[in-house]
Design a protein around this ligand. Structure first.
Ligand code: SAM
Length: 420
């Protein structure tokens, strides 16, 4: 397995498959690196977007993360610079065409290995995105160290690596395909025969095959040949569990601030046995997250945020601060509130499991006031006008429950008004 094989794959199959013409129809948004999400989980919600912001998107592929971030920063009128880098020229060309289609002038494109960052003289970054890349490196720890080396002391990172449990069966099929056609495709030549063999094998898998039984993985069905190749024919990939991610981050001088979506990493989202939950309460948050990973058994990837260990500044936004401004990720509060009935339970289905969150009585009244402007203190003040007995503690108890449901499922973030 060589870097050349990885590069050849992404030259032949730039990932993910994207058509720049689609930029006029929609913006692909996801995690990590949604501007409100990264602000919440690495800058304590206190990033002032009027100030210059430098972001690195390492292994940017066909551009999903770089385009989303650059568009969000442009919308926020932030004087920002997004540096995209990737090994694959084919992927870079698609990413650049997408930026041009959107008229984005805040991205610079580089053909470079992230391992060469120390010598590349690109400066330091407030934020580094590295999504779906480290697990393809021969030495992921060396890759993360190279990224940490260009991160500003108070900066943050958004990362994604494969999860072990949700990818059950993937490596069985990879091994079979290596048995059938083990040669790396010559550099620059489309590895078409391997794709043909993979499709033929998939059609014949018996019902007992572990990949066949894993309904969570669908990249080979909806991602075209690039998706199929990435999933089943990759020359090099590995998976991680929660504890391994914490160790990987630590080896690069980083600490994990959050896994996305947070509720998925909380056993209480899946079970309600008080005796079991009381035992878990004594563990560290990372130990609890590792337990939830085993309990759910469905995590195909781990999206997480990290900062330097020495960064003690506010990194995760404080939901107890009356000055915090709650903001929905999608849509406006009034519209969502109008769909909620008293006593309703919020449900979210992720990777085959449905999570249920009973909403507090004031959920609708609170959500209706989430407009990205009002602070929690202001919302409390308005609700006191309706119910004079609602003191801050009673309000906060209900908000905490709503926050657990909405922030826990990636639908709500907090930020703070910039200083005047
Ligand atoms: C699975 S794709 C992910 C693309 C993108 N980050 C996303 O999430 O859509 C992995 C990308 O990492 C790039 N890559 C792999 N090793 C790299 C390295 N050492 N330096 C820079 N890019 C690399 C590949 O060329 C490929 O475009």
């Amino acid at each position: 397995m060589t870097d050349d094989a990885v590069r050849a794959q992404y030259e032949a199959y730039p990932y993910p498959s994207r058509d720049p013409a689609d930029e006029s129809k929609r913006l692909v948004e996801g995690s990590p690196s949604h501007i409100h999400e990264l602000n919440h989980y690495v800058f304590g919600g206190r990033r002032d977007w009027r100030k210059p912001f430098r972001a690195l998107v390492a292994g940017g592929g066909t551009g999903d993360g770089a385009i989303m971030l650059a568009q969000h920063l442009a919308d926020a009128e932030c004087p920002a610079e997004v540096i995209y880098l990737d090994l694959s020229d084919a992927a870079r060309d698609i990413a650049r065409a997408r930026a041009e289609a959107r008229g984005l002038a805040n991205i610079a494109f580089h053909s470079l290995s992230l391992l060469d960052l120390p010598a590349a003289d690109l400066g330091t970054f407030d934020y580094v995105d590295c999504c779906g890349v480290l697990h393809h490196l021969e030495d992921p720890a060396a890759g993360l160290k190279a990224l940490a080396g260009v991160l500003a002391p108070d900066g943050g990172m958004g990362l994604m690596v494969y999860g072990e449990l949700g990818r059950t069966g993937v490596y069985d099929v990879q091994a079979m395909l290596r048995t059938l056609a083990s040669d790396d495709p010559p550099a620059g030549q489309a590895p078409g025969e391997q794709v043909v063999l993979a499709k033929r094998l998939l059609r014949q898998l018996p019902a007992t095959n572990r990949f066949k039984r894993n309904s969570l993985v669908g990249d080979h069905l909806d991602g075209g040949d690039a998706g199929l190749y990435d999933l089943l024919l990759h020359s090099r990939d590995r998976t991680y569990r929660v504890a391994e991610i914490a160790a990987l981050a630590s080896s690069a001088g980083l600490r994990v601030t959050a896994f996305i979506e947070p509720a998925r990493y909380d056993a209480a989202s899946y079970i309600n046995d008080r005796r079991i939950l009381e035992r878990l309460a004594g563990l560290s948050w990372l130990e609890r997250a590792a337990f939830a990973e085993l309990l759910a058994g469905n995590m195909r990837k781990h999206v997480f945020y990290a900062v330097k260990k020495a960064n003690r500044g506010p990194v995760v936004a404080d939901a107890g601060d009356p000055g915090a401004i709650p903001r929905l990720r999608v849509g406006d509060g009034q519209t969502l509130a109008a769909t909620l009935k008293p006593g309703q339970t919020l449900t979210a289905t992720v990777d085959g499991v449905t999570l249920r969150f009973p909403l507090p009585p004031l959920a609708s009244a609170m959500i209706a006031r989430m407009d990205g402007q009002r602070t929690l203190g202001a919302i409390h003040g308005e609700l006191v006008g309706i119910d004079p007995g609602l003191d801050w503690d009673a309000f906060k108890k209900q908000f905490d429950s709503l926050y657990g449901a909405l922030a826990g499922t990636g639908q709500l973030y907090l930020s703070f008004p910039p200083p005047r």
